[in-house]
Write a protein that binds this ligand. Structure first.
Ligand code: ADP
Ligand code: MG
Length: 573
C-alpha cells in the first residue's frame, strides 16, 4: 500500500514540487536552529567582549534568514497545497475511471452516496496527508535532532535529562490526540446519517407532501439531530481533555527545564548564555512536537482514506478475453443455449433457457413479475456474466466479443429512464457521441419528440434539471428512444419500456417502438397485447424456466398459462 501511495508522487510536476518542498522544509528548520545559537553567542561572547561589529553582522544574517524563511514558508504553504490537490485529482481520476469499468454487481452492492463520499471526502484527507505528512515529519525530525545536537554541545547532562522526558510526553500527547480523532470520527458517522436523512427527505419531498408526512419527517430528522449533538458532546469532552493535557505537558516541560537548568546554573555547571539558549531551544521544540502530534492524526485519517480508496481500486473490473473480437457490426442472430443464471448461489433465477432469434425477428417474453425477464435482458449485453450455458450472436459466443463492441450493437429501452444533467441534445447524443446536430434531430423526429422539443423556448438546448424533473414520463421515454435511433444498433432490447406510462401515452410510444424495431432483432418484454401478438415467438418464463412457447394463436388455443395471463392481463388493453 505504501508503494502505491508513493507512486502518486511520481508524476514529474508533483515530484518537482515535492523535492523543492522538502528542501524548503529543511532550510526552514535550519533557520530556526540558528536563533538560539546566535542569542547564546551574543550573551556569552559578543556582549562581554564588546564585539559590537560581530553582533550586528550576526543579527543581519539572522534577519536575512528570517526573510528567506518568509519565501520558503510561502512556497511550502502555497505549492504544498497545490501538490496535494494535484495528487488528489489524480487519485480521483483513477478511481472514477475504475468505477466506469466495474461490473453491475459492484453497483448492486454499493450505494451511490457512499461512493460519492469516498471519492470526495476520503481523498481530501489523503491529500492532506500527502502534502503535510512528509513535510511536517521532516521538519520536526530535523528540528528535534538539530536541537538535541545543539543542546548536547552546550551541556550534555542537561540535554540528556530533558530528552529522557520528552519522548514520554510526546507519546502521551499522541495517545490523547488519537483518542480525540477517534471520537470525532464517530461524529462523522452521525453527521453522515443527518445528511442522509436530509437528502432522502428532500428527494422524497413529493411523496411526503402527498402523504402529509411532515411531522413524521421532522421527527425522524430530529432524532438524528439529537444523536449528532450527543456524539459531538462526547467528542468535545475528549477534545477538552486533550487540549488541557497537552498544554499542561508543555507547561511541565518549561518547569522541568527551568528547574533543572536553574539547579545547574546555581551549581555552576552552566553559564548564563547557555542557560538562555537552552530555554530558547526548548521553545523551539514546541512547534515540532505539536507537528508530530498533529501528524499522528493526519496519518490515521489519511491512511484510512487511502485504504478505502484502494479497496475500490482493487475490485476487479470487467476485462475482455485477450483474443476477444472487436467487430464493428453484427448481423443480429441471437441464440441462447441452456442458459441458467443466479445472482447468488442460493436462488436460481433463469433455468435452462434455450431459444433462437433470427436477424430481424422479434421474440417476446412474458411471465410473472420476478420471473427473470429483466435478468435475461441484462445477460445479452453482458451486464451480468452467464455461468451455465452460452449466448451466441451470429454464432459467436458473446464472451468472445469485446464488451465495448458487443454493447455498441445492442440498443436498450427500459422502464426507468435516466437523464443526465445537461441539455436535451446532450441526452440524445448519449446514443452516439460523434453525431451531428442533423443526426440528433433526425433521431428525435423518428422518436416523435422533435416537435415537442422545438416547442420549448430553448429547443434542443433546453436544460433538463437534475434527473430531468421538468419532463413527463412519456417525454423522457421518447428521449431514450431517440438515443437508440441515433445509435442504430442491429439488436434491440425493450424491457417493459411503456409500462410506467398511462394508456394514451403508451399507445403513442408503441408506434415509435414498432418503428424502432423494424429490421432489427428484437427481444421484447411487454405487457401490451399488440406487441406480443405480432411477435415471431412468445416465450413464457418463470423461475422454473420456459414453461410455454409458440405464436399467440397457438398458445391461446393451448389454454395454458399464457391463455390465463392473457385473459387476466392483456385482454382489456
Ligand atoms: P422480472 O423482470 O421478470 O420481473 P427480474 O429479472 O427483475 O424479474 O428479477 C428476477 C429475480 O431476480 C427477482 O427475484 C429479483 O429479486 C432478483 N434480482 C433482480 N435483480 C437482482 C440483482 N441485481 N441482484 C440480486 N437479485 C436480483
Ligand atoms: Mg423486469
Amino acid at each position: 500500500m505504501i508503494k502505491r501511495f508513493i507512486s502518486y508522487y511520481k508524476p514529474k510536476p508533483i515530484k518537482k514540487i515535492f523535492i523543492t518542498d522538502m528542501i524548503c522544509a529543511f532550510i526552514m528548520a535550519v533557520c530556526d536552529l540558528f536563533y538560539p545559537m546566535i542569542t547564546r553567542n551574543i550573551i556569552n561572547i559578543y556582549v562581554p567582549n564588546q564585539q559590537f561589529q560581530l553582533m550586528v553582522t550576526w543579527l543581519v544574517i539572522l534577519g536575512f534568514l528570517y526573510i528567506l524563511k518568509v519565501g520558503l514558508n510561502y512556497y511550502i504553504t502555497y505549492y504544498g497545497h497545490i501538490m496535494g490537490v494535484m495528487m488528489q485529482s489524480n487519485m480521483r481520476r483513477d478511481i472514477f475511471e475504475h468505477l466506469q469499468d466495474l461490473p453491475f454487481v459492484f453497483f448492486d452492492e454499493n450505494k451511490t452516496g457512499t461512493l460519492t463520499s469516498r471519492i470526495i471526502n476520503d481523498l481530501m484527507e489523503v491529500s492532506e496527508l500527502a502534502h503535510h505528512g512528509p513535510e511536517d515529519l521532516f521538519i520536526s525530525l530535523v528540528m528535534l535532532v538539530g536541537s538535541f545536537i545543539a543542546l548536547s554541545t552546550i551541556n550534555l547532562p542537561l540535554a540528556l535529562i530533558v530528552f529522557s522526558v520528552v519522548p514520554f510526553l510526546v507519546f502521551l500527547a499522541m495517545k490523547l490526540r488519537i483518542r480525540m480523532s477517534d471520537s470525532f470520527m464517530e461524529t462523522r458517522e452521525t453527521i453522515g446519517e443527518v445528511n442522509a436523512t436530509i437528502e432522502n427527505s428532500i428527494s422524497g419531498i413529493r411523496v411526503s407532501k402527498a402523504f402529509s408526512n411532515k411531522d413524521n419527517e421532522i421527527e425522524k430528522f430530529e432524532r438524528n439531530n439529537v444523536k449528532f449533538i450527543k456524539a459531538r458532546e462526547k467528542a468535545y469532552k475528549v477534545m477538552a481533555e486533550f487540549h488541557v493535557s497537552s498544554s499542561f505537558i508543555i507547561d511541565f516541560l518549561n518547569i522541568l527545564v527551568l528547574s533543572a537548568g536553574g539547579i545547574f546554573f546555581f551549581k555552576g555547571y552552566i553559564n548564563f548564555g547557555d542557560f538562555a539558549a537552552f530555554i530558547l531551544y526548548i521553545g523551539n521544540f514546541l512547534n515540532p512536537i505539536r507537528k508530530l502530534i498533529n501528524f499522528v492524526e493526519q496519518y490515521q485519517s489519511g491512511v484510512s482514506g487511502f485504504k478505502r480508496f484502494t479497496e475500490i481500486m482493487d475490485k476487479n473490473v470487467e476485462y475482455d478475453e485477450p483474443d476477444a473480437k472487436d467487430i464493428e457490426s453484427v448481423r443480429g442472430d441471437i441464440r441462447f443455449e441452456d442458459v441458467s443464471f443466479s445472482y447468488d448461489d442460493n436462488k436460481e433465477i433463469l433455468k435452462d433457457i434455450t431459444f433462437n432469434i433470427e436477424q430481424g425477428k422479434t421474440v417476446a417474453f412474458v411471465g410473472p413479475s420476478g420471473g427473470g425477464k429483466t435478468t435475461l435482458c441484462h445477460l445479452i449485453p453482458r451486464f451480468y456474466e452467464v455461468e451455465e450455458g452460452s449466448i451466441y450472436i451470429d454464432d459467436t459466443n458473446i464472451k468472445d466479443f469485446t464488451r465495448k463492441s458487443l454493447r455498441k450493437n445492442i440498443g436498450i429501452v427500459q422502464q426507468d429512464v435516466f437523464l443526465f444533467t445537461g441539455t436535451i441534445a446532450d441526452n440524445i447524443q448519449c446514443g452516439k457521441f460523434d453525431s451531428t446536430e442533423e443526426e440528433i434531430q433526425a433521431a428525435a423526429k423518428m422518436a416523435n419528440i422533435h416537435d415537442f422539443i422545438m416547442s420549448l423556448p430553448e429547443g434542443y438546448n433546453t436544460y433538463v434539471g437534475e434527473r430531468g424533473v421538468k419532463l413527463s414520463g412519456g417525454q423522457k421515454q421518447r428521449i431514450s428512444i431517440a438515443r437508440v435511433f441515433l445509435k442504430n444498433p442491429p439488436i434491440l432490447v425493450l424491457d417493459e419500456a411503456t409500462s410506467a406510462l398511462d394508456n394514451a401515452t403508451e399507445l403513442l410510444i408503441q408506434n415509435s417502438l414498432e418503428e424502432l424495431s423494424k429490421g432489427r432483432t428484437t427481444v421484447v418484454v411487454a405487457h401490451r397485447l399488440s406487441t406480443i401478438k405480432n411477435a415471431d415467438e412468445i416465450i413464457v418464463i418463470t423461475d422454473k424456466g420456459i414453461i410455454e412457447r409458440g405464436r399467440h394463436e397457438d398458445l391461446i388455443s393451448n389454454n395454458g398459462i399464457y391463455a390465463e395471463l392473457y385473459n387476466s392481463q392483456f385482454k382489456n388493453m
